[in-house]
Design a binder for this molecule. Sequence first.
Ligand code: ADP
Length: 348
Amino acid sequence: MHPQDLPNVLSGVPMPLVLIGANERILTINSAAAEIFGTKLEGRPYHAMLRQPEVLETIERTWRSGKTETAQYLGAAGSRQTTYRVACAPIALEAGPGILLSFEDITHVEESSQIRRDFVANVSHELRTPLTALIGFIETLRGPAKNDEAARERFLGIMEKETHRMTRLVKDLLSLSRVESEERMRPGDPVDLGNCLASARQALRPQAEDAGVAVVIEGIDGPVIVPGDADQLQQVFTNLFENAIKYGGRNRTVTVRVSRQEMEPMLRGPAARVDVIDEGEGIDPIHIPRLTERFYRVDSHRSREMGGTGLGLAIVKHIVNRHRGRLKIASQEGQGTTFSVILPAARG
Ligand code: ADP
């Protein structure tokens, strides 16, 4: 290979590369690096291009130690923050020692560890609140309220409610982690949606009765079969019915409408669609894209009061994804919300 071929060879490497020569000037950069730093940088001192102190210090260290050192470089690709791990490798060049910088995009690694940290912080916070309440009540029951029969009953009632909420939280966390771990395996048992919907409604009968809500299922005139996991699909509808009952308002109706489409454009094939329609206050459109995030709530106080864990819709979303389906949320403030689950169906 002719030395003049080097820039062309480096430009064939998808990773951004910058070669610094013995006189601390840039010898060559490949086209991936030019996308970050711009062109015509050859011959300029590297300090002018790489202004981040951590990277400059690491290059200095590499000159001194003669060993590969690494640093982080924060870049911006459009509006997106990108994080690179920069390896500074000493290279023996014809004219003396040089350094080859290679930039590995680790944005996704950084993002997923941030998500994990947020998740742990959220779970801890969710558990700390009821635990603090429990400790407070235990102390009160042992001390000032020791002989107060009425207070004892009331406190025990609250303690029971908080304990149930923690149990639900742990149960939801476990289902979420199970669904996530299975997400790549598409389930394929024949499931009759009519049965699933009826079982979900049955399981929530007590809540519906307490709230005076009627859950009306429409559009079933025979089996509606989809390939799926019956327990998980039942969980989807249980969560959606439960929300519609909770947030749809007392003494209202929740309408569950089932329909079939021979050609669903998004799924490019036959589909079964279930619309869960409530008559509640609706949801401000700014919240809709985030509702399926874990622990995202429009009104945290109200959700907690109602014993919500903030995980119901995250579980729904993952199960629907696992079935290669779609979840759509449409809402008119003041007029209610419709959650639609669209699932690929068997042909016929
Ligand atoms: P939660 O346990 O808080 O109900 P979910 O994940 O099931 O958690 O729902 C997230 C949030 O979405 C709720 O806190 C609520 O603010 C909102 N939400 C869900 N379903 C409805 C609905 N049918 N009408 C209005 N808001 C809803």
